[in-house]
Each structure stands twice: as C-alpha cells, then as structure tokens.
Design a protein around this ligand. Structure first.
Ligand SMILES: Cc1cc2nc3c(=O)[nH]c(=O)nc-3n(C[C@H](O)[C@H](O)[C@H](O)COP(=O)(O)OP(=O)(O)OC[C@H]3O[C@@H](n4cnc5c(N)ncnc54)[C@H](O)[C@@H]3O)c2cc1C
Length: 379
C-alpha cells in the first residue's frame, strides 16, 4: 500500500478545523473495528477520525509505505509498471484507492473574479480567522457550502450563499438520525446496477448536513435564520459582476419535493416493517423560504464582498495514471470497480458498487467484492 502522505492523509491535511463527520459514530466502522466510545450518536472531530483510521491501520497490520508518491502507473506486457518517489515497482495487479476528492472542483468562471478578492477552496480554508473582514460569497450549498456559510456567518461576516441543485435533509426525523433511516430502509445498500440513473446518482451533490453535538439541522431555512443571504446558481462573472440564475423558487420546490418523497418512504418502511410504534409521529418540515427580493447580480468590485469561497465539489486526480481508462471528463471508467484494463481495480468512488461506497463504513462490502474479482484474476 503506497501513500504519499501519512495514514488518513486527507483527514489530516485537506479538511477545515471545525469539521466533524456528518455520519454518526455508530456508522464509523471499518472491517473488524467499530466505534466503541460513550457517544454512538455523536459525530467525530478530525483528530478523532485520524485516530480511528490510525488504529485500524495498526490493528489490520496493513503494509502501508507512507511518504511514497505514485507518479506513474502504466502497463508493461501483462504487468503494471509503477513509478514512485521511492523507486520502481512491478505488479500483476493494481487497486486505485487514491480517493474521490483529491482536488476542489473550481469552475472556470473563477478566472473572471476581480483580483482584489481573496479566492479560497475548502482545501485552503481552515477557519474564519484567516478571512479578511467584509462580505463572503460562498458558491455551492451542499454539505461543505452550508457548513462553511454557517461558520463564517457566525464569525460576524455577511455571507451570500449561491445555491444550485441540492439535497435537503433534516438531521433528525421522528427522533432518529436521518442517516439511520436511510440505513434501515436499505437505501445505502442499494447496488449500482439497481439504481435508475447511475450517472446522475454518481454526480449527486452531498446532502445538506452537519454533525454537531446538538444534532441540529442545517438547511437553507436555518441559514436564512442566521442572516445568510441566498442567491441562485452562479451563472457568470462579467465585468466584475457575479450573475446568478433566477428560479430559486423552483430549485427549492424540487429539493422540498424530494425530501418529502424520502420521508414518505421512511414512513412506509416503518409501517411495513411493523416498527411504526417505535418512533415519534411522522412530521413534515416548513418549505424552504424564498427570499422576498432575491438578488440576480452582485458587484464584486465595490468592496462589499472580500472573499469568494468555492464549495463547488471535489474531483479525483488521475494525473499519474498512464493507462487510457478515464473518460473525456477525467472520470474512471469501471464496472463495479473493475476497469477494462485486466488487473486494474478501483475502490472508494461514488456509487462504485453501492450507494454507501464513498462512506467510511461503505468500504468493507465493496472491498470484499472487488478483491474477490482480483483474486480470481490472479489465480
Ligand atoms: C469534506 C468531506 C467530508 C466528508 N465527510 C464524511 C463523513 O462524514 N463520513 C464518511 O463516511 N465519509 C465522509 N467523506 C468521504 C471520505 O472522503 C471517505 O469516507 C474516505 O475518506 C475515503 O477514503 P479513501 O481512502 O477512499 O480516500 P482518501 O481519504 O481521499 O484517501 C486517498 C489517499 O490516497 C493518497 N493518494 C492519492 N494519490 C496518490 C498518489 N498518486 N500516490 C500515493 N498516494 C496517493 C492520498 O494522500 C490519500 O491519503 C467526506 C469527504 C469530504 C471531502
């Protein structure tokens, strides 16, 4: 196992200080290691996550070579030739487990943002103290965007949040964590070949969730309550002005509709499984409030906004992979983790084999299947 940094590198180096997992502690499990602390319904801080993964690496006796950067993987006959910062390796098989979130995905229109503004990605952002005083435009309202918008707003800076398509979730539903409901109703175990629109499922933004000791909901209504101004999707930056799409009402209605459908499916599961009486009564949440006079543009040059924070998602980086197994958008082509290059496998990508594939607790089932295929290939 080659790792360019340390064990749990992404959690140590690429996350902001206040981040906690949005998955509850009982869901933090790796093969043979489960959370066994006093707070199964809590959410791990970054030091706790790195400690957990460190503990797993030791318990599993994983043969990790840290500080070894892979700079090229190519085929050489029926072998793979791997070039690393610590020499050459040849192997009959390679598993790509380099992560789904190696780089922030910043849209090209960022180049038109006036140079007087500070631009940051979640990889650069550590906390609000590093920002200049003044307004902050956060672009993207999925898990990262809503969490950073809330934190920056609480630091006293005016925040404008640009909202595109998003997934709204309450933290708790009928007294249970919403991720518990998804687990119980079998959603996370749904396989890639059962999903209606796999391409879409793989591109689905992360849900608007935060892990806090209070187990509070962080949806757009909560952000409006904090004083965050909501605007539409950032469509262009022209002559120093940010231009936002209209139609926030439609974007909100769609997210509310999907939320209600999901809650309906939980209620149905509770009834059919005979467990309805175990939970509080079904509830429905207030529709997302549409701002009375939503702005369609914002002057980025007049000093009101001092920082733009791109919470526009993450991408894998295959710059080191010299085998033609990626598509035009740079995504790895694979069928349940098996690429069309014999002996080359992948793990840890969105909906690789199941909806839970990119969660810590999702890796075990996927790894067993991918490694079974690999073992068959080797023998
Ligand atoms: C902001 C954020 C919040 C998240 N929150 C949660 C959560 O609450 N719960 C949850 O279950 N999951 C969460 N995730 C998903 C999380 O990334 C995965 O659960 C898990 O970290 C994926 O593990 P991985 O080993 O596949 O990828 P990574 O953790 O990205 O590990 C890949 C490793 O490969 C190394 N690497 C990459 N390229 C090379 C190379 N060329 N040579 C050598 N080494 C290389 C990297 O240094 C890295 O250590 C979150 C992700 C992000 C970005």
């Amino acid at each position: 196992m080659l790792e360019r940094g340390e064990v749990a590198n992404s959690w140590r180096r690429e996350r902001w200080e206040s981040l906690r997992l949005l998955t509850p502690n009982w869901q933090s499990r790796l093969p043979g290691l489960r959370y066994d602390g006093p707070d199964p319904d809590g959410y791990m801080s970054m030091p706790e996550v790195t400690e957990f993964i460190d503990r797993f690496a030791k318990a599993a006796g994983a043969p990790v070579r840290t500080g070894v950067n892979v700079t090229s993987v190519r085929t050489a006959g029926d072998q793979f030739q791997v070039t690393t910062s610590d020499g050459e390796i040849s192997s009959r098989s390679v598993v790509i487990a380099s992560g789904a979130c190696n780089r922030p995905a910043v849209p090209p229109l960022s180049a038109a943002v006036p140079s007087s503004l500070l631009q940051l990605t979640p990889f650069d952002y550590r906390g609000p103290g590093q920002l200049p005083d003044g307004g902050v435009l956060v672009v993207g309202a999925s898990a990262t965007g809503v969490q950073l918008a809330a934190e920056i707003s609480r630091s006293g800076r005016p925040v404008t949040l640009s909202v595109g398509e998003h997934v709204r979730l309450p933290r708790l539903y009928r007294g249970q964590d919403v991720l518990w409901w998804m687990d119980a109703a079998g959603i996370w175990d749904q396989r890639y070949d059962e999903v209606d629109d796999l391409d879409r499922a793989r591109r689905l933004p992360s849900p608007q969730l935060v892990g806090t000791p209070e187990r509070s909901t962080l949806d757009l209504n909560a952000l409006t309550g904090l004083g965050v101004e909501l605007v539409g999707r950032l469509a262009a930056v022209r002559d120093g002005r940010a231009l936002f799409s209209g139609g926030l009402r439609n974007v909100f209605s769609l997210a509310d509709l999907k939320l209600n459908r999901l809650l309906d499916s939980f209620d149905e599961w509770a009834l059919t499984s005979g467990r309805d009486g175990d939970f509080a009564a079904p509830e429905r949440f207030e529709p997302t409030r549409v701002p009375a006079a939503g702005r369609l543009s914002l002057d980025l040059a007049d000093g009101e906004i001092r920082t733009v924070l791109w919470a526009t998602g993450f991408r894998p980086d295959y710059g080191w992979l010299d085998i033609p197994v990626t598509d035009q958008k740079g995504r790895l082509r694979h069928e349940g983790g098996v690429t069309d290059c014999p002996g080359l496998y992948a793990l840890g990508l969105p909906v690789l084999l199941r909806r839970k594939s990119t969660f810590l607790y999702g890796i075990e089932d996927d790894a067993r299947e991918v490694i079974a295929h690999l073992a068959g290939y080797l023998s």
